[in-house]
Ligand binder design. Structure first.
Ligand code: X8Z
Ligand code: ZN
Length: 585
């Protein structure tokens, strides 16, 4: 290291330092503008945020271009990695033409605003409901006609996004090409310390590990839904209608648990109901989640977190309600922005968001270019890993649950977990497989919607009720598509969190089945976790994975171990019944 540094060209060293300093400033400014926009949407905050974002992008693209010849000179490992990360840091590259650059950031900002302002008044009513209210109906109504109305109503919101999205694909690709990538999808795939094709194969390998479990769950759920709604609506060998799974995107199915659990095998407890009965306030849920992290030996969140976060939907202004975690100064101005609804689902999401905040703070002593996760799937996995320790036994320990369900009956809680985690995986996979094909030009605007539904049917085994023609733009009804957030990270996190959980549970001395383990209160697990978090992006991700788990590959065996009792139970339930679905009409 030292000898390599001694040989280094001082101009290159200066370039890296200056690039880091100037992007630090511009990014902090853009984050503040974005925070103000996302918590107070107006045409003015939209324009200011778009402008600040376009300045960061322009500066990054310019520096990345200038860095190309520099990475050839004898560089230290650290500087070489910084130059690599500089080139990969953007989820959006803009063309260097300033007019096009601003057009692109303006489009991206405004699509996000269109999504946030989306409303629909259900049939026979006059009150226009937001996504959260519509989602609540979708999760609790058992009336197919009402479900379809609410589902279709939300999807209308995305129709007007199509022209903007089409132009965004063109301009983003132009920017990515200027940086030397074939297209934006290829740029996104380059962020994993692997050749992009190899990354694609890794994803496929992980999917093939978990796909059989998904198909078993799908078959079981389809049969129970057929019993609830009739087989004319949910035919045995076909895909499941997308509006019947309790979630706007059919990405997690825990809301329909009451329709699924076999008699006498109920979930044992309903956390949402308990929280509501106790009149738990949104802020208290955040406190409980924070206490989990503190029990691991991590520091409490700073006072400013409590003063500056947005925890509930304000009544008097438009905000981006999709949950997110922020670190405005890249040190400790940590915040979440979330419209908390007192429910088990949001309790889970709060852990998810705090996972981001704890990661951000843990790497805050790294140089700026390394203040990021090992890869983006790591960032998404941390809070979910903690939430896997939110077991019935843990809830009893913190006084939220009076009686722990009989541990001999693990199937119901495992089924509930699977509806959340296993149901998610094919969705987590297909969103970016669709976008990768859009960016590469393989899917053209004339078939955006058709291809979207072909892929949802192929991967998730779900289908829309009725024709969804090209006058619709259903991908835009998902936040991350409208807001240009890459999505493969969630698929990776869906696998990684079980790998993390198993390793931390063992570190904590848990020797029983991994689905019953909780790391609550374990400083050993906390130290192990924090050690990995503090590495930030300073090393290729296999090093970070190894530091925490002793393994260098992403692997779904921990997930399969976690769900093994459920897999056996599903196999029994499905015996003699169809598994899988037709992929053609
Ligand atoms: O977007 C999120 C988080 C913020 S990073 C709330 N998630 C994905 C989604 O909502 O689609 C978490 C699970 C997947
Ligand atoms: Zn997240």
């Amino acid at each position: 290291m030292t000898t390599a540094q001694a040989e280094e060209d001082p101009d290159v060293a200066r370039f890296v330092e200056e690039a880091e300093a100037s992007l630090f400033d511009l990014s902090a400014e853009a984050q503040r503008a974005d925070w103000v926009y996302a918590t107070y949407i107006t045409p003015d905050t939209e324009a200011l945020s778009a402008k600040a974002y376009s300045r960061v992008i322009r500066a990054t693209v310019e520096l990345a271009k200038r860095s190309v010849p520099l990475s050839r000179v004898g560089l230290s490992e650290e500087r070489r990695r910084k130059l690599l990360l500089l080139r990969l840091s953007l989820p959006l590259a803009a063309p260097s033409d300033p007019v096009e650059g601003e057009e692109l950031t303006q489009i991206v900002t405004s699509l996000q605003g269109m999504y946030a302002r989306g409303r629909y008044a259900p049939a026979g009513t006059s009150a226009a409901l937001d996504l959260q209210e519509l989602s609540k109906i979708l999760g609790t109504s058992r009336e197919p006609r009402e479900l379809l109305d609410v589902w279709s109503g939300w999807h209308r919101v995305a129709r007007p996004m199509r022209p903007g999205f089409t132009r965004y694909v063109e301009l983003a690709n132009k920017g990515s090409r200027e940086l030397g990538f074939p297209d934006t999808g290829a740029m996104w795939r380059s962020k994993y310390d692997l050749p992009p094709e190899e990354f694609g194969r890794e994803v496929e390998r992980l999917w093939s590990q978990v796909a059989p479990l998904y198909r078993s769950l799908h078959a079981y759920v389809r049969r129970r839904l057929g019993a609830a709604h009739g087989e004319s609506l949910v035919p045995p060998g076909g895909p499941i209608p997308a509006h019947l799974l309790g979630n706007m995107w059919a990405q997690s199915w825990e809301q329909i648990l009451p329709l699924l659990a076999p008699p006498g095998d109920g979930p044992g407890f309903d956390l949402t109901k308990i929280l509501l009965e106790r009149k738990t306030q949104p802020l208290e849920l955040v406190r409980v989640a924070e206490r989990f992290f503190v029990s691991l030996g991590l520091a409490p969140l700073p006072e400013s977190f409590w003063e500056r976060s947005l925890f509930v939907r304000p009544r008097d202004r438009e905000v981006v309600c999709h949950a997110s975690a922020w670190d405005l100064d890249f040190v400790d101005d940590l915040r979440i922005k979330m419209c908390i609804d007192v429910s088990a689902e949001d309790f889970q999401t709060i852990h998810h968001e705090l996972g981001h905040n704890y990661y951000q703070r843990a790497y805050n002593r790294q140089p700026f270019f390394f203040r990021d996760s090992a890869h983006d799937g790591f960032h998404e996995a941390v809070g979910d890993t903690i939430a896997l320790s939110v077991t019935p036994e843990y809830l009893r320990r913190i006084g939220l649950l009076a009686d722990v369900p009989d541990p001999s009956n693990d199937i119901a809680p495992l089924l509930a977990r699977a509806l959340e985690k296993i149901a998610f995986l094919p969705f987590g996979l297909m969103v970016d497989r669709w976008r990768w094909r859009v960016f590469s030009g393989e899917i053209s605007p004339e078939s955006y919607n058709r291809s979207w539904w072909e892929m949802r049917r192929e991967y998730q085994g779900v289908a829309p009720s009725g024709e969804r023609g090209e006058e619709e733009f259903d991908p835009g009804a998902k936040y991350h598509v409208a807001a240009n957030v890459p999505y493969m990270r969630y698929f990776l996190a869906g696998i990684l969190q079980f790998q993390f959980h198993r390793a931390l549970a063992r570190t904590a001395g848990e020797t029983g089945p991994v689905h019953r383990a909780s790391i609550y209160g374990s400083h050993e697990a906390g130290d192990r976790l924090e050690g990995m978090l503090a590495m930030g992006a300073s090393r290729p991700w296999p090093d970070a994975l190894e530091a925490m788990t002793g393994e260098r590959r992403m692997d779904a065996s921990a997930l399969l171990e976690y769900f093994a009792p459920l897999q056996r139970w599903l196999d029994e339930q499905n015996r003699g019944h169809p598994i899988g679905w037709t992929t053609q009409e």
